[in-house]
Write a protein that binds this ligand. Structure first.
Ligand code: TYM
Length: 327
C-alpha cells in the first residue's frame, strides 16, 4: 500500500514561484511514490471577501495549472473542496474539540487579520479547523507544504491526538513534509517577506503565468545588497533568495553555483536566473493554454477526482459520528 499524500491550495490571487517551488513541483516530482489527493480549497478562500465569478474562474485556473505543472490524473485525484460536503461537516465537529487558545496562537491568523481591512470573519479565525478537517478526512500520512503551513499541520496533529485520546483510534496522525530548500521563497522586492498571493505590488512575486518579459523585468529589478560577492549567506536574504531559486531550477549544487558566479556581478546572475525561470515555465504555460481552452475536460477531471475521494471522506465522517454519539 502506498502512503497517502494530501495537500491543498487556495484559488485566490496568482500562483507564484513560492507555491510552485514550495509545494506544486514537489507534489509532481513525488507523485508516483504515493497515493495523492490535491484539493482546491475554495471554502478557505471565502474566509476573506471574494468576487463570486472571479472565485469560480480562479478555481478552474488553479486546476489547469496543476495539470499543466505535471500532475497526472491517473496518479493523483484533484478536486474542489466545496464539492465534498464532508469538509465543512468535519470542520464543525473539530471546532467543538479545539480550545480557543490553540487557535489564538496561529501566526497566520495574526498576520492575515492585521492585513484585513474592515471586519475579520469568524471563518478566518477558524481557518485551521477546516484545514485539519481536510487532512484528517482522508487518513493522510504526509502533507507536503511550504514552511508557512507547518504550524497548521502541527495543530492538525494535536487535534487528532486529543480526539483519539478521548474516543480511541479515530484519526490517523499526519506528518508535514517540507523541502530542505525552497520551503520559504521570499519576495523579490522585499526579501524579509515571503512571496505571497495576497501582496499585489508589481515587483513582489514571479507568477506562473507571467510573460517572459515580465519575468525578466521583475528579476532585473529585484532588490539586492551593496556587497559584491555572490554566495549563499543567511545574513544576505536578497541574494540568497535569488540563488535559491536558481538552485531549484538549474539543479546545480551550491558550490557549483558559487563557482559559476565567482567574480561576476548581480546583473549576470539576474540574466541567467531569468533565462532558467523562463525556460522552465515555457512548457508549463503552453500546456496551461491547451487545458484552459477545454473547460469541459477540466470539469470531467474534477468530477472524477471528487468521485474518487468522496467515499473515503464519507467513511471518516461516519466513523467520527459513531464515536461521538451523533445520529
Ligand atoms: P496557499 O494556497 O497559501 O499555498 C499553497 C502552497 O504553497 C506554499 N507556499 C510557499 N512555499 C514556499 N515559499 C512561499 N513563499 C510560499 N507561499 C506559499 C504553501 O505552504 C502551500 O503548501 N492553507 C493552505 C491551503 C490548505 C492546505 C490544506 C494545505 C488548505 N487545506 C490541507 C495542506 C493541507 C494555503 O493557504 O496554501
Amino acid at each position: 500500500m502506498k502512503k497517502r499524500v494530501f495537500s491543498g491550495i487556495q484559488p485566490t490571487g496568482n500562483l507564484h514561484l513560492g507555491n510552485y517551488l514550495g509545494a506544486i513541483r514537489r507534489w509532481v516530482d513525488a507523485q508516483s511514490q504515493y497515493d495523492n489527493l490535491f484539493c482546491i480549497v475554495d471554502l478557505h478562500a471565502i474566509t476573506v471577501p471574494q468576487d463570486p465569478r472571479a472565485l469560480r474562474a480562479k478555481s478552474r485556473e488553479v486546476v489547469a495549472l496543476l495539470f499543466a505543472a505535471g500532475i497526472e490524473p491517473d496518479q493523483s485525484a484533484v478536486f474542489i473542496q466545496s464539492h465534498i460536503g464532508a469538509h465543512a461537516e468535519l470542520a464543525w465537529i473539530l471546532n467543538c474539540y479545539i480550545p480557543m487558545g490553540w487557535m489564538q496562537r496561529m501566526t497566520q491568523f495574526k498576520e492575515k487579520s492585521q492585513r484585513q481591512k474592515g471586519q475579520v470573519s469568524v471563518g478566518l479565525f477558524d481557518y485551521p479547523a477546516l484545514m485539519a478537517a481536510d487532512i484528517l478526512l482522508y487518513e493522510t500520512d504526509l502533507v507536503p507544504v511550504g514552511g508557512d503551513q507547518k504550524q497548521h499541520v502541527e495543530l492538525t496533529r494535536d487535534v487528532a491526538q486529543h480526539f483519539n485520546s478521548v474516543y480511541g483510534d479515530v484519526f490517523k496522525l499526519p506528518e508535514p513534509l517540507m523541502g530542505e530548500v525552497g520551503a520559504r521563497i521570499m519576495s523579490l522586492d522585499n526579501p524579509t517577506k515571503k512571496m505571497s498571493k495576497s501582496e499585489t505590488g508589481k515587483g513582489h512575486a514571479l507568477n506562473l503565468l507571467d510573460t517572459p518579459d515580465e519575468i525578466r523585468a521583475k528579476i532585473m529589478s529585484a532588490t539586492t545588497d551593496s556587497l559584491r560577492e555572490i554566495r549563499f549567506d543567511p545574513d544576505r536574504p536578497a541574494v540568497t533568495n535569488l540563488l535559491t531559486i536558481y538552485e531549484l531550477f538549474s539543479g546545480l549544487s551550491r558550490t557549483a553555483i558559487e563557482q559559476r558566479f565567482a567574480g561576476k556581478g548581480y546583473a549576470e546572475l539576474k540574466q541567467e536566473l531569468a533565462d532558467v525561470v523562463i525556460e522552465h515555465l515555457k512548457p508549463l504555460q503552453a500546456r496551461y493554454r491547451v487545458l484552459a481552452d477545454d473547460p469541459s475536460h477540466l470539469d470531467h477531471l474534477l468530477t472524477e477526482g471528487a468521485s474518487r475521494v468522496q467515499p473515503i471522506a464519507e467513511k471518516t465522517v461516519t466513523r467520527v459520528k459513531v464515536a461521538i454519539g451523533l445520529g
